[in-house]
Design a protein around this ligand. Sequence first.
Ligand code: 5AD
Ligand code: SF4
Length: 484
Amino acid sequence: MDLNELPAAPARGEVGQAGAAPRAARKVFIKTYGCQMNVYDSQRMADALAESGYVPSETPDDADLVLLNTCHIREKAAEKVYSELGRIRRLKTERQRAGKEMLVGVAGCVAQAEGQEIVRRSPVVDLVIGPQTYHRLPDVVARARGGARVVETEYAIEDKFEHLPQPRPDRVAGRGVTAFLTVQEGCDKFCTFCVVPYTRGSDVSRPVAQIVAEAARLAEGGVRELTLLGQNVNAWHGEGPDGSEWGLGRLLFRLAEIPGLARLRYTTSHPRDMDDALIAAHRDLPALMPYLHLPVQAGSDRVLKAMNRRHTAADYLRLIDRIRATRADIAMSGDFIVGFPGETEADFAATMEIVRRVNYAQAFSFKYSPRPGTPGADLPDQVPEPVKDERLQRLQRLLQEQQRAFAVALVGRTIDLLVEKPGREAGQVVGRSPWLQPVIVDEKAGRIGDIVPVRIMSAGTHSLFAEPAPPATDQARGGARRDD
Ligand code: 5AD
Ligand code: SF4
């Protein structure tokens, strides 16, 4: 799957606050693993459960329902879930001794991949629910409360998004000024390393009206920056109100009209689905941030072919040239896999070369991890672990140098900052640059939700440090719109 783990999104996190809850409400603790889509799904599950009286809990200790929203993308994800379930088993026993309830559920991609096996191996589990059936969660929980052990992993015929409750602006209000919105889910590309087509199903786009309604509710709840999500987000397509076929570029223009929404992003894209309209949106739509996550995975054509990416390194470089010709200050981000079966030193050198050519502002790199059921797992010439380790180190060194250089180049410039939350130290606030970097600044710079000019004074390892600034006159503002 191409959805990466941005630092913006807590890789693990509990769900946000609920609105007014009935007294003696039951509590749910949701632990989220993996990508932003899981973060979004956890939120929607919390919304669905809120309708049946569950309020979020900060800890599993006092929860009547513990849900693990799991990820299956790499490594021994399933094993991690089983060991977490071991810890939860002790908690559940303690709670039961005290005469209290604790239902335990496994959701997400491990749930989809393992299904019944989870209930068989782990007696502590009361319910298993796959990503396509979250709208049935309240019913599944009710059945589990009645004593059944429920496994719900059949792909639903009905559209889950139509049945999940819309986020309520009063609940959204406690969750911050940035939000995710899944517009597309699943994938038909079948890259040979990737488990997503099997866990998330085939490529489905949500309808325009549904997306616009959800975005409007989020904006009403105070959201200023919206990140559209999809495993193949730029494959999104839908019928517009005029009856014509819309692509993602068109959708972004429509969303930018919603009052309050000042910044738009989307992730993750496949190079083959970057169409002209979407590229043009990066030039013509000020709300669209100049940051693009466009994974290439590898730089060798031989490996790209074996991965079934269906483009060459030259295709990718040409595409980046076109994008940069449209929007010169766009920051590129990517994903890389080292040690795909059969990868030679020369193949790996081609990956290093493509990284040098593109010059990434941000990137995520991984050792190849054979996923059961994917074609890659059965290929001969699996690369030994120490070789993967060594290649990953070299690649990450180069990527870190590029990321650092990108951050340092901003020092002395004035940029637009979306103020997101109080900083760790009193008197400070933290926000995001147009290029997704965390920026720390004195709270005098602006209130949460404001977009304000700040001058970058220095670049730390993970954050930029800034001072409040008069409105910028240079070109470094990243297209962020001052509209407040
Ligand atoms: N092994 C290693 N990395 C993987 N990814 C997806 N599947 C695998 C795998 N089997 C990486 C890809 C993808 C990112 C989200 O995770 O780089 O873009
Ligand atoms: Fe996985 Fe490839 Fe689909 Fe991305 S495009 S989700 S890597 S199969």
